[in-house]
Design a protein around this ligand. Structure first.
Ligand code: MLT
Ligand code: ZN
Length: 462
């Protein structure tokens, strides 16, 4: 990047807050995806919203592309800087600004780590309920920019449900205070929601006011072994009827085997079955546990459940959750192609059968690992890279696989992205889930917020 530009950036944020050494810059220019090479031109680490604004205004004057960067845990390439862009990293803007226990809100800078937000809420006997395996590294701004989902969506909804207000700097360099943290505000278009899931293409989220809630009195956790994926929607139905569920996750035996191999902890079951379900429910007292056991017995009798384990302590509950939460990390050495799909819950078994047939017919030999958030209709299709394939060869095959899967998703009335976003990974298949009219409107909206087209160019659409 041009020395004069670097000098101007340094004048805004301080000399040490602009990185130019490619080795230092590289980790800031990538996320958890493996198909692309990060090649950022420089990294800037602002410490305040005003500094973000000055950087964006400078980038407008110089027509400089910016890639916003949070926890860099994304799975769709939304935070990849592959073309010499300026990475604007929110790492230093990680402060909790305020907790209001009466309004039940927490205000923080966008770089606050999700787990820090959860812990701060807990200190006030409140809860920020959006949760996922990457909570220890992901940052709130990135969660909002991708409308992150996670493991509790069945009970609490995704990130969008918890955003009361946002302070943003638009791509044009203007500061906006969107919704001011209010519960009720019927004064026209709610621009806050445009920034949620905008993947950094409209501007930079600098500060957020998040709604909090009261934590449940207790939680029960069970893992069930299931003979056939087709049984799972009915098992979900039975448990939903009996209890207040906070999670209903599933994973295949291959997924569990990857975790047990990596962690060294054994399976809780003597016998292997193709699928397992993790059920978490609110446990106010013994009656809830009795209801859970009754639902379990019913499912053993009628709905294909073979065995089950009910956690008897918090440690056991954590160990059961670890079977699900460690899947991503356990698969990562195999550099998987990851696809987060949603289809109506009732259609999930037929969809999985359909994709299995597609894989067998057209992509034979590639290993598939299924897991996901069954309670939300959200399936994670992971395809493992054969060890002797190059990344380029694998990425090429996966591009074609992605097209075929997206066609099937459309046929089943689903969405090509349930929670990870579009980024670079899915922009070629966006038209399977959004109409030409919708895509054109999205482009027009981007032009309004980002007239010079400097904000995360090439993400979501070209
Ligand atoms: C998950 O459900 O564990 C996350 O979405 C991450 C992943 O899909 O690997
Ligand atoms: Zn997920």
């Amino acid at each position: 990047m041009e020395p004069q530009l670097i000098a101007e950036l340094r004048a805004i944020v301080g000399a040490s807050r602009v990185l130019v050494d490619p080795r230092e810059c590289e980790p800031f220019g990538r996320d958890w995806t493996t198909f692309w090479q990060a090649r950022p031109g420089a990294v800037v680490l602002p410490g305040s919203t005003d500094q973000v604004q000055q950087v964006v205004q400078l980038a407008n004057r110089r027509r400089l592309a910016i890639v916003p960067s949070g926890g860099r845990t994304g799975l769709s390439g939304g935070a990849m800087a592959c073309n010499g862009e300026l990475v604007l990293a929110l790492d230093r803007m990680d402060r909790i600004i305020d907790v209001d226990p009466v309004a039940e809100t927490l205000t923080c800078q966008a770089g606050a780590i999700t787990r820090t937000v959860q812990e701060e809420a807990a200190r006030h006997n409140l809860m920020y309920p959006v949760d996922f395996a990457s909570s220890g590294s992901s940052r709130i701004g990135g969660n909002i920019a991708t409308n992150a989902g996670g493991i509790k969506v069945i009970r609490y909804g995704d990130t969008r449900h918890w955003v009361r207000g946002l302070k943003v700097v638009t791509g044009a360099g203007e500061q906006l205070d969107l919704n001011r943290g209010l519960v009720k505000n019927n004064s026209g278009y709610d621009l806050r929601h445009l920034f949620i899931a905008s993947e950094g293409t409209l501007g930079i989220i600098c500060e957020a006011t998040l709604a909090l809630t009261r934590p449940p009195r207790g939680l029960g956790v069970m893992v069930l072994s299931v003979a056939d994926f087709a049984a799972l929607p009915e098992v979900l139905h039975r448990f939903k009827a009996a209890l207040t569920l906070t999670a209903f996750e599933f994973f295949s035996h291959r997924a569990m085997a990857a975790v047990t191999e990596r962690t060294g902890n054994g399976s809780p079951f003597a016998d292997e079955t193709p699928f397992y379900a993790l059920v978490e429910f609110e446990r106010g007292g013994d009656a809830d546990e009795r209801d859970a056991l009754a639902a379990f017995e019913d499912c053993v009798a009628d709905h294909g459940v073979r065995d089950g384990v009910l956690a008897q302590s918090q440690t056991q509950a954590a160990n059961l959750w670890a079977l699900r939460e460690n899947i991503t990390e356990s698969l990562s050495p195999r550099a998987p192609y990851k696809s987060d799909l949603s289809v109506p819950i009732a259609a999930m078994p037929a969809f999985v059968r359909d994709i299995e047939a597609l894989m067998a017919n057209r992509f034979a030999g590639l290993e598939v690992v299924w897991f996901g958030h069954l309670g939300d209709g959200n399936i994670h299709l992971n395809v493992l890279k054969p060890d002797d394939w190059t990344t380029d060869r694998f990425a090429g095959v996966c591009a074609s696989l992605g097209q075929s899967v997206a066609e099937r998703v459309e046929a089943f009335g689903g969405s090509i992205s349930a929670e990870h976003g579009i980024g670079l990974l899915k922009k070629d298949t966006l038209h399977f889930s959004r109409s030409p009219g919708e895509i054109e409107l999205m482009k027009q909206i981007k032009r309004i917020f980002d007239p010079e087209g400097i904000m995360n160019p090439g993400k979501i659409f070209d």
